[in-house]
Ligand binder design. Structure first.
Ligand code: GLU
Length: 330
């Protein structure tokens, strides 16, 4: 078997979690079934699971399957099996249900439909009738002028009569969220204070597509709210989206969860660990006779900041899941 060396910024030593009340912790792993579970995904699931375990909280599995064009057949079942094999126990999810279900986004469309109405009514969202052709032209024009290609928010300014007429006529439309032109900040539990003004780089984002399906950003925050998620622990690639999510929380007048972004697992040469590499698929380890607990220890060993002997590479022992949960210093 090819030897993989992984590196990552030390997570736990940077984290400044305060103590949490038992039972108040609810975390989730929210994969999109666009491929099989790989090491990076397993690591996100593992840190969420250990965090829930440490605080007697709940670990939720939510399948984010709203992008119907990218779904890989059988991926959801395989993700569920891979987590089971790894010993990561789910408290609420598609297989066992729970009090905050359903746990597949494609089964929650009515919830999104109701919630988008709230934003349309309070003026935070609007119907957009711009055609693909217009959007493409805008993009081309921006590239030609060496500007950042972004939507120009044209449909923000349509009168309500105009909107009604077009909707009645059956013109295809999507729904966009009005983002404000200001810097948003939040305290990332791993990275510290993060500030970003998203309107500098993008126009009003689509939250419901013309096929009626919500986009990731919208479905994700609606679900985190209704599933009572207390902490969002996810890959750092999502950090840039968090200020957008905070604007959405504000538009609903909801309290956001706390956010901790996990540095990416990388190959030792600094290149991104990719799903396309067969040897980071969880099934690869299973098929090659790797014990699940050994794999979990290997993951926390890669920049996890767990116990000293793991950090110093002094005869590392294989910790049980309970020991790992206890060792995290959150
Ligand atoms: N569905 C997203 C993913 O594929 C979830 C990101 C998040 O945890 O918010 O990673």
């Amino acid at each position: 078997m090819k030897k993989i060396i992984l590196v990552s910024r030390n997570i736990c030593s940077n984290i400044t979690f305060s103590r949490y009340k038992s039972d108040s912790v609810r975390v989730r792993f929210a994969p999109s079934p666009t491929g099989y579970l790989h090491l990076g995904g397993l690591r996100t699931a593992l840190y969420n699971f250990l965090f829930a375990k440490k605080y007697n909280g709940k670990f939720i599995l939510r399948i984010e399957d709203t992008d119907q064009t990218r779904i890989v057949k059988g991926a959801t079942d395989q993700i569920i099996k891979d987590l089971e094999w790894a010993g990561i126990e789910v408290d609420e999810g598609p297989s066992m249900g729970g009090s905050h279900g359903p746990y597949r986004q494609a089964q929650r469309l009515e919830i999104y439909r109701n919630q988008v109405e709230v934003l349309l009514k309070n003026g935070s969202a609007y119907h957009c009738f711009c055609t693909d052709k217009r959007l493409q032209l805008l993009r081309k024009e921006a590239v030609r002028a060496q500007e950042i290609p972004k939507y120009d928010n044209k449909c923000r300014h349509l009168s309500s009569e105009d909107v009604m007429t077009r909707l009645k006529r059956g013109d295809p439309s999507c729904i966009r969220f009005k983002i404000s032109d200001q810097e948003e900040s939040f305290d990332d539990l791993v990275y510290g204070q993060i500030s970003y003004n998203i309107s500098l780089n993008e126009g009003d984002p689509v939250i419901v597509k013309s096929d009626g399906y919500p986009t990731y950003h919208f479905a994700n925050i609606v679900d985190d709210h209704f599933m009572n998620v207390s902490h969002v622990l996810r890959g750092v690639e999502w950090q840039i989206s968090t200020t957008k999510h905070l604007l959405l929380y504000r538009a609903f007048n909801w309290n956001p969860p706390k956010f901790a972004h996990l540095p990416l697992l990388m190959n030792a040469d600094g290149t991104k660990l990719s799903k396309r590499q067969g040897d980071v698929k969880i099934s690869y380890y299973r098929e090659n006779g790797i014990f699940p607990l050994a794999l979990l220890n290997f993951i926390v060993h890669s920049g996890g900041g767990f116990s000293k002997d793991l950090q110093r590479h002094v005869k590392p022992k294989c910790y049980t899941v309970n020991e790992l949960a206890e060792q995290n210093k959150y």
